[in-house]
Design a protein around this ligand. Structure first.
Ligand code: ZN
Ligand code: ZN
Length: 303
């Protein structure tokens, strides 16, 4: 089963040519989850062939425009494309009010229900769950209420190993084994234990999304050992004061969180428009944490 992240944008606040504001899609099995929805996200989705219809849920970190100004347009498109399936929207309190007001004053009756979950941005708590994943909030420290999200895969069964399966099993018997059941002995066959024909149980994968935040080492234990961390790196370390004033982080600080949390890989994003070249941010983080990449638009990371 796939568990992969596609970057649709990773710029901050003001526009820069060829960079787009924060948006990313996590795909788990066939389900897509949109994380933040900066201006123009639906064009990025078109480019990267992600169909709005296939979005199961949307997670918004906070109500600064670079993280959600694309949302109303995307909802309008889903409506025009005939969506009827309810859409889960998880975000800070007030998001529902903004969207419902926009719909009301433009006399727009969406053809599908929006199911809002208001996140307590001070808490680390489960905010969403389906058959694939559990999502918990991560309390960011920013100028306004802001949540990060930890996406945790549900435990999966071990796959059956073809070379260990005896011949002559019926489709029903194979299905039972695939469900983790043992087959009892009968007149024709001896019994078969699931554990004897299955590979190792896969370790559930986890992706941590840190949106805009002040450097907050206390958050590291919440994501210990995650497969991937996306952390904002708005500034270089020489602007550490500016980062603190604006409740953002530096590339070095992002790497320090990755190191403290013992994650496998780090992605840097939310780059200030002042940086025309991004390599200095990568280099700075690399001195602290080796497995780091820039969250460049179009990047696909499989976990
Ligand atoms: Zn931002
Ligand atoms: Zn912000």
């Amino acid at each position: 089963m796939n568990f992969e992240l596609k970057i649709l944008g990773s710029a901050s606040a003001t526009p820069v040519l060829a960079r787009h504001p924060t948006a990313q899609v996590l795909t788990v099995d066939a389900a897509n989850y949109l994380i933040d929805c900066g201006e123009g996200t639906q064009w990025r989705m078109l480019e990267h062939r992600i169909r709005p219809h296939h979005l199961r849920a949307i997670f918004i970190s906070h109500l600064h425009g670079d993280h959600y100004f694309g949302l109303f347009g995307l909802l309008g498109t889903m409506h025009l494309q005939g969506r009827t399936q309810p859409l889960v929207i998880v975000g800070p309190p007030g998001l529902d009010e903004v969207l419902l007001t926009q719909a009301r004053v433009s006399s727009m009756q969406l053809g599908f229900a929006m199911e809002f979950t208001a996140v307590d941005t001070e808490a680390h708590a489960v905010v969403y769950e389906d058959q694939n994943i559990t999502v918990s909030s991560l309390p960011m420290r920013h100028r306004i209420p802001c949540a990060g999200y930890l996406f945790s895969e549900k435990p999966r069964r071990a796959n059956l190993l073809k070379d260990k399966l005896p011949t002559g099993l019926s489709p029903q018997q194979l299905a039972r084994l695939a469900q983790g059941e043992d087959l009892p002995a009968n007149d024709q066959q001896s019994g078969l234990r699931h554990a004897d024909v299955a590979g190792p149980v896969p370790t559930p994968r986890r992706y941590a999304f840190f949106s805009d935040t002040l450097y907050t080492p206390a958050l590291a234990p919440l994501i210990h050992g995650a497969d991937l961390l996306y952390h904002e790196a708005t500034f270089l370390e020489d602007l550490k004061e500016r980062a603190a004033q604006t409740h953002h982080s530096t590339a070095r600080q992002a790497a320090q969180i990755a190191q403290a949390a013992g994650v496998k890989r780090l992605l840097l994003g939310h780059f200030s428009s002042r940086y025309k070249a991004l390599d200095p941010l990568l280099d700075e983080a690399h001195t602290v944490f080796p497995t780091v990449e820039l969250a460049i638009e179009g990047l696909l990371v499989s976990m």
